[in-house]
Design a protein. Structure first.
Lengths: 300, 118
């Protein structure tokens, strides 16, 4: 009987990082089994929730004392990662669409296709470089992606392609990523395993606003709003996440403002702009408050 | 000496209070806390170990011994001098805050209440 419960608790404990599990797993398991009622077969919901939250806290290392400056730099790093995921998704989707037009649209210039393809590769390289803690290299690759993308966009202006008629949504993530990456170059790099970050690219394609029809027409900006709200809730675990998400919100708000000021954008864009700016301020405020409210010590 | 700036959260307070009587292992801490708080605070294991990690990182508690029971590690956690000072400071802060209300309430009803030290 207790073998079943033990197996189920072990499964829940897998949520913790393996190094933490090696150190504390058996100890926590022993306590959980001691707390269990006779004949209990399933983990109690309260214990399961506490283990889940404990695992999240351990992963985000909030238990470690983190100076406020480090919270802000970590938030900036996340903002760069999110924006590069969005830029890679955007440029990748554009490249895919353009490739499908090769041979069909005779006005399509090779510079446009190659430019977006190169921007995709450079932005993905920047994403991996930031994740791996190589911030200077990331900055160079991101600037390269920006140049490649803008060259492609400018080359397309004379064409008949309708790909770029929906404003400049693809423009903003890369310049903002460059701006946010600048302070990181001289900071002590945070390093995580780079390759899992590539999974954020397909996720960004569907969850973040891009020019790709599937995300812009029906599910946006609601999917994006849900992502920002989730990041706001994540403040309880890690103050860097809402700061990073505020970078994404800023990119979208800049696009909306640009559309409203430079072209005939739907009046709905005003509501989206107000909503996005409100969320951006909320995210920054929550991150800032959480950043300074993490336990601090003083010597007296 | 180091002190905690913010008021202590209730589970933290009771965990430190439970360790005033001497080092305890995880299960014993949970049971002792439940007893001290008259059943009002019931710590889940995940919550307890997150708190123990944090308190150890802050230097308020430490692992004082370790043994193997039924093939599993059992660690005993004890208060550091700093942890003892912190929980006593928090108790004094709460007592001072309580006295403010108790004295006024006593004045209102025209009775006197003697607050005895614990």
């Amino acid at each position: 009987m207790s073998g079943v419960l033990e197996r189920r608790y072990r499964r829940l404990l897998r949520a913790y990082p393996s190094a933490y599990r090696d150190e504390h797993g058996e100890e926590i398991l022993a306590t959980l089994l001691e707390l269990a009622d006779a004949g209990q077969r399933w983990p109690s919901p309260a214990e399961a929730l506490a283990l889940f939250l404990g695992a999240l806290r351990t992963w985000s290392r909030v238990n470690r004392q983190r100076p406020t400056r480090s919270v802000w730099l970590g938030g900036l790093r996340l903002a760069v990662l999110f924006l590069l995921a969005q830029a890679t998704a955007q440029a990748g989707a554009n490249t895919g669409l353009l490739l499908s037009w090769v041979g069909v649209d005779r006005s399509l210039s090779a510079v446009v296709v190659v430019g977006f393809g190169l921007a995709t590769l450079l932005a993905a390289g920047g994403l991996l470089a930031v994740a791996g803690g190589r911030h200077a290299l990331a900055l160079v690759l991101t600037i390269g992606a920006l140049i490649a993308e803008q060259t492609a966009a400018l080359a397309d202006l004379g064409g008949t392609s309708s790909l770029f008629r929906l404003g400049e949504i693809y423009f903003w993530p890369l310049p903002l990523a460059v701006a946010f990456a600048l302070p990181l170059v001289r900071s002590r790099p945070s390093v995580s395993r780079p390759w899992p970050w590539l999974l954020t690219v397909p996720a960004a394609l569907f969850l973040l606003p891009t020019q790709f029809d599937a995300t812009l027409r029906s599910s946006q900006p609601w999917a994006f709003g849900a992502v920002l709200l989730a990041c706001l809730l994540w403040t309880a675990i890690d103050a860097r996440v809402p700061i990073g998400a505020a970078g994404l919100a800023l990119a979208f708000a800049t696009f909306l403002l640009d559309s409203l000021l430079t072209m005939t954008a739907p009046s709905l864009f005003w509501y989206w702009l107000i909503g996005t700016l409100t969320l951006a301020v909320g995210l920054l405020g929550a991150g800032a408050l959480r950043g300074v409210r993490q336990p601090e010590r003083k010597n007296s | 000496m180091s002190i905690i700036q913010a008021p202590m959260r209730e589970p933290t307070y009771f965990i430190l209070a439970a360790l005033l009587d001497g080092p305890l292992h995880g299960y014993a801490v949970i049971k002792h806390v439940e007893e001290l708080a008259a059943g009002r605070v019931r710590l889940a294991a995940g919550t307890l170990y997150a708190a123990l990690d944090r308190l150890a990182a802050e230097g308020l508690i430490q692992v004082v011994s370790e043994e193997i029971v039924n093939g599993r590690a059992r660690r005993y956690y004890g208060l550091t001098d700093q942890g003892q000072a912190a929980v006593q400071a928090e108790a004094a802060r709460m007592a001072a805050a309580a006295v403010v209300v108790i004295r006024r309430s006593a004045r209102t009803v025209g009775t006197s209440i003697v607050v005895r030290p614990a």
